[in-house]
Design a protein around this ligand. Structure first.
Ligand SMILES: *[C@@H]1O[C@H](CO)[C@@H](O)[C@H](O)[C@H]1NC(C)=O
Ligand SMILES: *[C@@H]1O[C@H](CO)[C@@H](O)[C@H](O)[C@H]1NC(C)=O
Ligand SMILES: *[C@@H]1O[C@H](CO)[C@@H](O)[C@H](O)[C@H]1NC(C)=O
Ligand SMILES: *[C@@H]1O[C@H](CO)[C@@H](O)[C@H](O)[C@H]1NC(C)=O
Ligand SMILES: *[C@@H]1O[C@H](CO)[C@@H](O)[C@H](O)[C@H]1NC(C)=O
Ligand SMILES: *[C@@H]1O[C@H](CO)[C@@H](O)[C@H](O)[C@H]1NC(C)=O
Length: 570
């Protein structure tokens, strides 16, 4: 009896100490991991780090759980002395009871092929037929071609499918169903792609329908989504196109095709197969904003982005569609947050063909090849348009340093009601676009007084860039240049940053009077092409324009709450 007691008491005390050591080392480990990753963002590890930053909370929880369980040992813990150890030998860094340890791994059951495909369904442009549970798969058994197997398609990279023809290579990004009545009585399947030819050879669409045993063929036509005078008008360089195929009413029987393959000759075995997007929400909203591929790996614009997104939402943007090439981990944090909130839809993006996709290097490539960059940008812009054809009345293409500011009214909907009325009065038809003129709010503009720029606007937090910068040039840029538009989704066929390039009918535009709205452009300096005249035209005469302060209270409340939730103040 006495013997048992003697052994028990020290064992309990010993256990307490052991638990203490465990918790302490876990804490040390967590702190070590977090501090170790601060500032350690390099080209190659950025993606991994982003994941880690997001997962800090779950890591802490995991470590805490391990500490409570007492089963986790870390190499820094000295192995406890135990007389019961038969071998009696101890190796530093090896847990003493390693023979009985159960490493913590993910033990969830492996997924079968169908489950894997279901998980992937919304991350790809492949037809749903490849992962739908039902037996709707098109087969084409009564045609000269069969529905291609998933594993025989030609992938250029994650988001691009490839067709190699006898004269030119095609990179296809996505396909959409377009039955807007202005396009004619016959519906059209549109594909977005890049082709290394300025005059692509004729090709054929193979249209696939759920349940149908036959494929439907249709001649493709090309809409060049670029102007030759903007440069890069050469074979060998990838050119943006909208590729259209009519859906013959008789053969289709009025059905909507579910996927499309592009081939050189009618009965060629297809190497591409794109899902045809055709989203039709019950209610058409008024405004969506589209943003080209974000390329800010080392530039932490996260707080600017929060301010921008909240203000857009206050003005009336129902959703902001952003494409992601590469962004700073803090920007990811912001975008993921708003995606969960429903304000943002983020779509990852790569460059097609032989262009680089290594994060960081791709940034340098886009910086040094400006015309290539502009040509590539047309893909996200037009994808945003076609995805939202039936979801929004207007899409607005903006950069994250631009805001369309209503002047007379306090919302986009109030603004557009009057704008459309004015336009109709002038000529009795809706326009393809309504353009708003550009004016600079340069970082260091002042009104001549010796105001200093740092946090000079009382009652407004320093971290709200736009609300702090209320001095602008008196001069707007010339009518028609550097404008941004409300694009009418009923009328446009291909979009460019500033104007629609192709429309159903003529690309008509209406210039919104500056007394109604202005495009506020927040920059360090004028854009490159205006640098020479910047001093005389835009820096000499300035004025204080506090229209934005109308939204001050709401914007301060919302941005501060979001930044606080995301841990920017802790
Ligand atoms: C894919 O997205 C659609 C709508 O966005 C949704 O209804 C569907 O459940 C998603 N499928 C999967 C497998 O996540
Ligand atoms: C490919 O097409 C171009 C016109 O786009 C033509 O000039 C050229 O000769 C063609 N090349 C071949 C090999 O057919
Ligand atoms: C404008 O056109 C519509 C039809 O597009 C017509 O109903 C309306 O009467 C016209 N208004 C005027 C003032 O001509
Ligand atoms: C813009 O509106 C103002 C005030 O309503 C008006 O005086 C001016 O003529 C308009 N400008 C143009 C170009 O229509
Ligand atoms: C506006 O720009 C013109 C040149 O286009 C310049 O001569 C003029 O001084 C500028 N006016 C103001 C008010 O900045
Ligand atoms: C933003 O990034 C910096 C540097 O990586 C980091 O120290 C900071 O914690 C991040 N902010 C948030 C809110 O995650």
């Amino acid at each position: 009896m006495g013997w048992a007691k003697v052994r028990l008491v020290p064992a309990r005390a010993f256990k307490k100490i052991l638990y203490g050591i465990c918790i302490w080392t876990c804490l040390c480990y967590v702190v070590f991991r977090i501090t170790n990753h601060k500032g350690a963002v390099t080209y190659l590890t950025a993606r991994v780090n982003r994941g880690l930053l997001q997962n800090v909370q779950s890591m802490q929880a995991l470590a805490a759980a391990a500490a409570v369980g007492g089963s986790a040992e870390f190499p820094t813990t000295p192995p406890p002395v135990n007389q019961d150890n038969p071998s009696g030998s101890r190796t530093p860094g090896i847990p003493q009871n390693f023979l009985d340890l159960e490493p913590q791994v993910d033990n969830s059951p492996a997924l079968n092929e169908k489950q894997l495909l279901t998980l992937l369904a919304n991350h790809s442009n492949l037809p749903l037929a490849y992962w739908s549970a039902n037996k709707l798969r098109p087969i084409g058994s009564k045609s000269c071609v069969k529905f291609p197997s998933l594993y025989e398609l030609d992938f250029n990279n994650i988001y691009w499918q490839r067709l190699q023809t006898s004269n030119g290579t095609y990179y296809l990004y996505a396909a959409y169903y377009d039955n807007r009545w202005r396009a004619g009585s016959v519906p059209v399947v549109r594909m977005l792609g890049m082709i290394d030819r300025i005059k692509p050879i004729p090709t054929i669409c193979q249209l696939w329908f759920d349940k149908k045993k036959t494929v439907v063929f249709s001649q493709a036509t090309y809409t060049y989504a670029w102007y030759s005078k903007w440069g890069n008008y050469k074979n060998g360089i990838l050119q943006p196109y909208v590729i259209s195929c009519k859906v013959p009413p008789k053969e289709s029987g009025g059905q909507v095709p579910t996927s499309v393959s592009l081939v050189e000759n009618r009965c060629d075995k297809p190497t591409t197969n794109l899902r045809i997007l055709n989203e039709r929400p019950k209610k058409k909203e008024d405004f969506a904003v589209c943003v080209k591929g974000l390329d800010f790996l080392h530039e932490d614009l996260s707080v600017r982005l929060v301010e921008w997104l909240e203000l857009l939402n206050i003005l009336g943007a129902k959703k902001v569609f952003l494409y992601e090439l590469e962004v700073h981990p803090n920007i990811s944090k912001v975008l993921n947050y708003y995606q969960k909130e429903g304000l943002v839809q983020l779509t990852p993006l790569t460059l097609p063909g032989n262009q680089p996709n290594l994060p960081g290097f791709r940034h340098l490539y886009l910086k040094s090849k400006l015309t290539h960059k502009r040509q590539n940008e047309l893909i996200p812009y037009n994808d945003c348009l076609y995805r939202n054809l039936y979801s929004y009345e207007y899409v607005v293409l903006l950069d994250i340093d631009e805001i369309i500011m209503p002047v007379k009214y306090d919302s986009w909907s109030g603004l557009m009601k009057e704008v459309v009325q004015q336009a109709l009065k002038e000529k009795n038809y809706t326009r393809a676009s309504y353009n708003v003129r550009n004016v600079y709010f340069l970082d260091d503009l002042q009104d001549g007084d010796d105001l200093h720029h740092e946090a000079h606007e009382l009652g407004i937090p320093r971290y709200l860039h736009m609300f702090q910068h209320v001095y602008r040039s008196k001069n707007f840029t010339k009518p028609g240049s550097y404008v941004k538009c409300f694009h009418n989704t009923e009328r446009v066929v291909s979009l460019h940053n500033h104007f629609p390039l192709n429309c159903l009918g003529t690309c008509t535009t209406f210039s919104v009077n500056t007394s109604l709205a202005q495009l506020q452009h927040y920059r360090k300096d004028c854009v490159g092409s205006l640098k020479n005249s910047c001093k005389t035209d835009f820096r000499l005469y300035t004025l204080k324009d506090t229209t934005i302060w109308r939204y001050k209270d709401e914007a301060i409340k919302r941005t501060t709450r979001t930044l606080s939730r995301l841990g920017f103040f802790s």
